[in-house]
Design a protein around this ligand. Structure first.
Ligand SMILES: CC(C)(COP(=O)(O)OP(=O)(O)OC[C@H]1O[C@@H](n2cnc3c(N)ncnc32)[C@H](O)[C@@H]1OP(=O)(O)O)[C@@H](O)C(=O)NCCC(=O)NCCS
Length: 422
């Protein structure tokens, strides 16, 4: 049985942050009803690769959901929304600040309509504080949550990460909050308001950078490969440093292409074996005994020299060959995998992490699979819905409307865009 079977979610989320969360919950078996404005989630038409077909931006974030269009700016649309609120366990949204309130639905109002419903809300900066009124997108959150100032190299510009920690990361945080609140509502009969700010989510993911921020008040950070000193203030960008107690770095391999790199962690316990293996090829058979690298303290101090030696060794091996040399020595390492590598990787396919789907408008396409594996409730991934594909089905099955009622609402514009102003 699906873990969340019987849980019904009214999903008003759009773009990426919210849909990431509702897609995960749908993959766990929740019945997710996506309410869209009559013109649809804006991402349906963004970055289109197939003319007139829902974009991959949309399809990859909205699988296993049902789609219903409701014009929330019409009185009839609001009535349908209220009826749906009464039939759902969770309502979630990630509109800009004040949007839901302008539509007439504050948390208090929703709680009054259905005291057991849990409401999930993503905002750029939350509902309190000086930034509360600002909209946010992925990289705004990365900029303001500490990720960008700590990513890159000290003398270069700050960088965003490829991983969507501001949007998808926040969606994951919301999923945790919603499940906790749902568990509580099932015991108490009372729902609650779950708020996740993207900036807070990014800060949470940058926790170790705030560890280092505080350590800087006491002294330099010996494990950093870039200069640090007591009283420095902000945690600096440190390239590909490991960020943990063990030294790590990305090492360029043969033949020197953009992804011909291997990430290596020179764990304290593996230095001796590593030095014995690479030393002779480097003309330094006694590398393991070299006092410059004998202890972790010395290796930290002289790490740039150590990385140069390892890079020299790697110049004669591809990333896969180097990995094969290091695996028997128990050196934690991993090749930098391109999207092309991952899309064709046996391990990835074997774990259903790149799944083939079909779609009536676009044909064959792939989604990244469900990363959370439940032993008794494996996810079955189904394509994203077309706009309004399930409007009639939901009105009949969930709300018990009859054909006459549905027709009347349709004529009144409950599911369609308001007529253009003259
Ligand atoms: C992402 C974001 C910047 C997009 O901004 P935007 O395109 O201007 O959209 P908003 O959410 O501010 O507004 C949506 C509008 O559509 C309207 N709308 C939404 N659903 C509707 C429906 N079913 N029927 C009628 N109107 C609808 C809203 O009422 C609102 O109109 P208003 O401005 O007249 O009140 C903004 O939603 C935001 O900051 N969200 C919170 C942070 C977030 O999640 N960001 C990451 C996105 S990946």
């Amino acid at each position: 049985m699906e873990a969340l079977k019987g849980v019904r979610i009214l999903d008003m989320t759009h773009v990426q942050a919210g849909p990431t969360c509702s897609q995960l919950l749908a993959w766990m078996g929740a019945d997710v009803i996506k309410i869209e404005p009559p013109q649809g989630d804006a991402t349906r038409g963004q970055l289109r690769d197939v003319p007139n077909a829902d974009s991959l931006y949309f399809t990859m974030l909205n699988c296993n959901k049902r789609s219903i269009t409701v014009n929330m700016k019409s009185p009839e649309g609001k009535t349908v929304f209220v009826d749906l609120l009464k039939q759902c366990d969770i309502m979630m949204e990630n509109f800009g600040p004040g949007v839901l309130e302008r539509l007439g639905f504050t948390w208090e109002k929703i709680h009054e309509i259905n005291p057991k419903i849990v409401v999930g809300s993503i905002k750029g900066f939350g509902s309190s504080g000086p930034y509360a009124d600002f909209k946010a997108y992925e990289n705004v959150a990365q900029a303001m949550g500490g990720a960008m100032s700590t990513t890159g190299v000290p003398d270069g510009p700050p960088f965003v990460t490829g991983a969507q920690i501001g949007d998808s990361g926040t969606g994951l945080h919301l999923a945790i909050g919603l499940l906790a609140a749902l568990y509580q509502a099932n015991r108490t009969g009372q729902g609650q308001y779950v708020e996740v700010a993207m900036m807070d989510g990014v800060m949470n993911l940058c926790r170790v950078k705030f560890r280092d921020h505080q350590r800087l008040t006491r002294g330099g950070l010996s494990e950093y490969s870039v200069p640090t000193h007591q009283g420095m203030g902000a945690t600096p960008r440190a390239g590909n440093d490991s960020g943990g107690g063990q030294l790590g770095n990305a090492i360029q391999c043969k033949p020197g292409g953009p992804n011909d790199w291997l990430y290596i962690v020179v764990q304290e316990a593996v230095w001796d074996a590593l030095a014995r293996r690479i030393g002779p090829d480097l003309g330094q058979p006694d590398l393991a005994a070299d006092p410059k690298f004998a202890t972790i303290g010395e290796r930290r101090k002289n790490q740039n020299e150590m990385w140069a030696l390892i890079t020299k060794f790697a110049s004669n091996h591809t990333k896969r060959e180097f990995m094969e040399i290091l695996n028997p020595l128990n050196v934690p390492c991993g090749p930098i995998m391109s999207t092309e590598d991952l899309a064709n990787d046996e391990h990835v396919r074997g774990r259903d992490m790149y799944v083939e789907l079909d779609h009536p408008q676009r044909g064959k396409w792939y989604n990244v699979g469900m990363p959370i594996k439940l032993s008794a409730s494996p996810a079955v991934i189904r394509r994203s819905p077309l706009l309004g594909e399930h409007t009639d089905e939901v009105l009949k099955e969930v709300l018990g409307y009859d054909a006459g009622q549905i027709e009347k609402l349709k004529t009144a514009g409950a599911f369609s865009a308001p007529p253009k102003k003259k």
